[in-house]
Design a protein around this ligand. Structure first.
Ligand code: TRP
Ligand code: ZN
Length: 460
């Protein structure tokens, strides 16, 4: 077999060159993404983060951010190299287990080469110091997300990609972690993150707010919103710690709505099962340029005073989206369809239109209407994940499911789904299987028609 000779000779020479150029390149490398079809670079392969410890100082005057992020992670494969996601900013230092590690930037990938390989199963600690002027990312649909400066601070909302504009992350909802935040801002400003406020201290004209988010959280649901806020803290009858931060310019419109939060969460707990977190609240900013609210975990952030439907929507996301998170952005209807259907249910049970009436009004839209532009289970690209079919036809899908299986089974499905995947991730296929198990019905045709088939569905 004479052809073997050159075949042998070439790899040997090549390997020698590679070793000479870059020893790490020969070993196992973590992927640059987790394989999300819409956001291929989101998240990274080869490890899971269990905890983020973020120490940040922000000056709204200069818009300068200085940060230290300590990530506790576990290798899921042997790693000679792995990526974090970070967009913009300047990395000034990086260690892995306290040893300086080589690193370089490549688009949103921060590529880290530890000075010795990490074995599969190893827990390791990455410390990144960084600084700069954070800027939001522009999403495929043209909206901005991430660290968005305002006239008195910053509106911080990271769906789907923006977490990486303010901290180095494994930036995909598949990798959930607990968080600690220490946020320092000029005295008089307030910095609000997720979870429970565990400390607040003012020294030399600056105040540090310490927050602890115990339950697992997807990076996009983290916030560190800064502004001049009116703060109200209280504990509900059921022992939930509530922290509201409201821009005084929005207070008159916001307070009649935000003070209904405990009642809304109680009502949702009856439908969806126990509230999954120990903290709650609202951040109402004055940031009309943003154009949306986000269900930041435990404490949604609003760009203006929300109406009650919006508060109900963001609160429902605490179960659907936050506690139970997506596995892939393609499944976004699991977040938005459910939160929208919660609005319909709220109306139905509080003297407004029945869900059937809301469904009928939407169903009357002609076949050419944008509502039917694409099926919600297959939005086609990241540009469509916040488009109307995801919200409205997603909610319509749940209504058709409810009509098909009956109220008892339907609400059992919602509660079981929230319970089974609490603190984790879920998929559309798992939801369908659960609904089939509980109802004893074959729901394949229903899901196929309403979630995956183009055009206006016909009713049975
Ligand atoms: N998930 C948010 C909600 O429905 C909406 C949202 C987040 C959004 N980021 C966005 C909408 C970007 C448009 C563009 O409450
Ligand atoms: Zn939503």
């Amino acid at each position: 077999m004479p052809h073997r000779r050159p075949a042998l000779a070439v790899p040997v020479a090549l390997t020698a060159v590679l070793i000479a150029a870059s020893p790490a390149a020969a070993g196992p490398v973590g992927d640059a993404g987790v394989g999300d079809p819409y956001f291929p670079l989101a998240g990274n392969g080869g490890y899971h983060v269990s905890h983020y410890d973020l120490t940040l100082a922000y000056d709204p005057g200069t818009k300068h951010l200085a940060g230290t992020a300590v990530l506790t992670a576990r290798a899921t494969q042997d790693l000679t190299r792995f990526d974090l996601d970070l967009s913009g900013l300047t990395v000034t230092g990086l260690t892995v287990d306290h040893r300086r590690a080589a690193h370089r930037r490549s688009g949103q990938e921060l590529v880290v080469t530890p000075d010795r390989p990490l074995r599969k199963g190893r827990t390791f600690r990455v410390t990144v110091t960084y600084q700069g002027t954070p800027a939001p990312v522009t999403d495929p649909d043209g909206s901005a997300d991430g660290w968005i400066p305002t006239d008195d601070g910053a509106f911080v909302a990271g769906e789907p990609q923006g977490a990486m504009t303010w901290f180095p992350a494994n930036n995909h909802p598949l990798d959930k972690a607990s968080y600690d935040f220490a946020l320092t801002v000029p005295q008089g400003r307030t910095a609000v993150a997720n979870g429970v406020l565990v400390g607040q201290r003012t020294r030399n004209g600056r105040t540090t707010f310490r927050w602890h988010q115990a339950e697992p959280m997807a990076a996009y649901l983290a916030t560190a919103t800064v502004g001049t806020f009116k703060v109200r803290q209280y504990t509900t009858k059921s022992g939930l710690k509530v922290y509201d931060a409201i821009d005084p310019r929005e207070a008159n419109a916001a307070e009649p709505v935000t003070r209904q939060l405990p009642a809304v969460l109680d009502w949702e707990s009856k439908l969806f099962g126990p509230y999954p977190f120990r903290a709650a609240g609202s951040i109402v900013d004055h940031a009309p340029q943003v154009g949306y609210a986000l269900e930041t975990q435990t404490r949604p952030v609003y760009d203006r005073a929300p109406d009650l439907s919006t508060l109900v929507h963001e609160s429902a996301h605490q179960w659907f989206g936050d506690s139970v998170s997506l596995t892939s952005w393609k499944d976004i209807w699991l977040n938005e369809g459910f939160a929208t259907y919660a609005e319909w249910l709220y109306d139905e049970q509080h003297g407004g239109d029945s869900a059937q009436k809301t469904f009928d009004a939407l169903y009357a839209s002609p076949a050419g209407d944008g509502l039917w532009a694409f099926p919600p289970g297959n939005p086609g690209s990241g540009a469509n994940i916040f488009a109307r079919p995801v919200y409205a036809r997603g909610a319509m899908t749940l209504h058709v499911l409810r009509k098909t299986v009956g109220d008892r089974a339907f609400f059992r499905v919602l509660r079981s789904s929230a319970a089974e995947h609490r603190g984790g991730n879920g998929t559309t296929a798992q939801f369908q299987r659960l609904a089939e198990r509980i109802s004893g019905k074959n729901l394949g045709p229903l899901f196929h028609t309403w979630l995956y088939t183009a055009g206006k569905p016909t009713l049975p």
